[in-house]
Write a protein that binds this ligand. Structure first.
Ligand code: UDP
Ligand code: UDP
Length: 483
């Protein structure tokens, strides 16, 4: 019967894991990859689903998951209304996180009524401080999936302690701003200028969530992280050794997580762009293509986009550019020819492939024509590049990207375009700067060699007996009730 293959020993129970994902493709990606892996192994999975999503890409992604894995149960949850006027001009994804946080208590009766009984909950870091107390009340073990770098997890663990030391979040205290660098014990000092900008102001919505989650995650039963030990030894040792928070929960590194999608967006979308792209890639020389993409929610200003365009043109390399002009994809109705200016697409025809559509990035990075990746530094992207041996030039755009850039540099998987503009600052990077940096990274044989080592290590980590492989098995054994 269903799940029967799991009953290995007499004491084993059939797990039924309830996933409570957050919002944003970068947050859904690692969760869905874990769900796909579990479901393929016959583990019973339910997924809390909130529709409509913020972006169209997320809805496609949910639909793809349920189409590919029909045994995965969909549990619909409705959001309680959130008065957006309470929050001045917040990012739409942060607002969605807040709405989810204020709605998850509705899950109590759902969990209680579920058959078979829910044996474990896995939620996203952004919802942790709200989900952990519910799970405790229901006496269901609660695990957290951390969707970015272990270095960020270390910062998240340390930040509330930092505030306490500075007494910054003391309601009575006058200070509300982080004034200096943050030295994460056993990791490194994060310069003030590289912190996620919201964290500089303790009154920001994001910062309140981040602080609460950082505190409550210590009560979780375990934390899954999409990374692997080789790339982030220092933060992992610091977290596991209790150097940041004594008695921190077990940290299971399980990356690089691989895509399990069998129905690709290109197939469902069916606009033919994927086959055009494959054909174009096939015509380019080995390791010649500069792949440019800034994730799902970083959009550059128009004048900056024009400079990037000039830089790619001047670099002399073929390039593939996934271009976004808005944070939320639904709002992006700009015409490429208008965005890039008169004559640009004609001039680069054949050499430059520019698209506003979805690309299968993980697969694309494995293509032998791809020579480097100009990226915002989203951790999913950085790991996908490292497992394909593609050097990354990190141009951080917002949030955790500069911390990720520091992690990528110390891992030897990327270079960081330090000092380039980010998160609304006015510094414009010129086309000449872009071209020069791209050439520098393309010619950097030392970096290419260290990325090749990381690719080997990534493969080893997930192969039988590797660190991520063993952690995943240990975690699944725990779900099955092993002592
Ligand atoms: N992605 C993709 N195709 C696209 C855009 C994004 O496959 O056209 C995937 C990408 O491979 C990665 C994720 O979306 O797995 C982006 O996550 P990341 O953490 O890099 O950045 P974020 O979008 O959260 O800023
Ligand atoms: N994060 C965290 N704890 C939280 C919420 C977020 O550590 O409670 C981290 C996580 O790495 C997340 C990042 O902070 O990805 C937020 O960065 P960003 O502003 O770029 O948002 P995202 O791209 O993740 O949507």
């Amino acid at each position: 019967g269903p799940g029967g293959e799991l009953n290995g020993g007499a004491a084993a129970t059939t797990p039924h894991v309830l996933f409570i994902p957050s919002a944003g493709i970068g947050h859904l990606t690692p969760v869905f990859r874990v769900i796909a892996g579990f479901s393929s192994q016959g583990i019973d999975v339910s997924v809390v689903t909130v529709l409509p999503t913020v972006s169209a890409a997320e809805t496609d992604y949910f639909n793809g998951l349920f189409a590919d894995y029909p045994r995965v149960r969909r549990v619909d949850m409705h959001l309680l209304p959130l008065d957006a006027s309470e929050f001045a001009s917040e990012d739409p994804f942060f607002l969605r996180w807040e709405a989810l946080r204020r709605s998850v208590h509705q899950l109590g009766p759902i969990v209680t009524a579920a058959t078979p009984a829910v044996t474990a909950i896995v939620t996203d870091i952004t919802l942790t401080s709200c989900v952990v107390p519910i799970a405790k009340e229901l006496r269901v073990p609660c695990h957290v999936l951390f969707p970015t770098a272990a270095t960020m997890l270390a910062l998240n663990a340390h930040y509330p302690i930092y505030l306490d030391q500075q007494q910054l979040n003391n309601e009575a205290g006058p200070a509300a701003a982080v004034v200096g660098d943050i030295d994460i014990p056993g990791v490194f000092r994060v310069p003030r200028s590289s912190l996620p900008p919201a964290l500089l102001d303790v009154n920001k919505l994001f910062t309140k969530q981040f602080t609460d989650n950082g505190r409550l995650v210590t009560q979780a039963d375990g934390i899954l992280v999409n990374t692997f030990d080789f790339v982030e030894p220092a933060p992992l040792a610091a977290l596991r050794g209790g150097k940041i928070v004594p008695g921190y929960p077990p940290v299971y590194t399980i990356g690089p997580l691989k895509s399990h999608a069998t129905t690709t967006k290109a197939e469902t979308g069916g606009d033919g762009s994927q086959s055009q792209l494959d054909e174009w890639l096939g015509q380019q020389p080995a390791r010649s293509v500069v792949y440019v993409a800034f994730g799902n929610r970083s959009a550059a200003r128009l004048d900056q986009i024009r400079e990037i365009a000039a830089g790619l043109e001047a670099s002399g390399y073929p390039f593939l550019w996934v271009l976004k002009t808005t944070k939320v994809d639904r709002e992006d109705d700009a015409e490429l020819s208008d965005v890039l200016g008169e004559g640009y697409l004609e001039r680069v025809r054949g050499r430059g492939f520019v698209t506003k559509g979805w690309v299968e990035q993980e697969a694309l990075l494995k293509h032998p024509s791809v020579g480097m990746f100009l990226s915002h530094g989203g951790w999913n992207s950085a790991l996908e590049a490292s497992s394909s041996g593609v050097p990354v030039l990190v141009w951080p755009q917002l949030g955790d990207h500069r911390v990720n850039a520091m992690a990528a540099v110390s891992a030897g998987i990327g270079a960081w375009a330090e000092g380039w503009g980010w998160d609304g600052d006015e510094r414009m990077v010129t086309g000449e700067e872009v071209a020069a940096k791209v050439k520098e990274v393309m010619d950097d044989e030392k970096l290419r060699a260290s990325v090749a080592v990381a690719r080997e290590e990534a493969a080893k980590a997930v192969a039988e007996g590797g660190t991520s492989y063993r952690n995943m098995h240990e975690f699944v054994a725990k779900l099955k009730g092993a002592p």
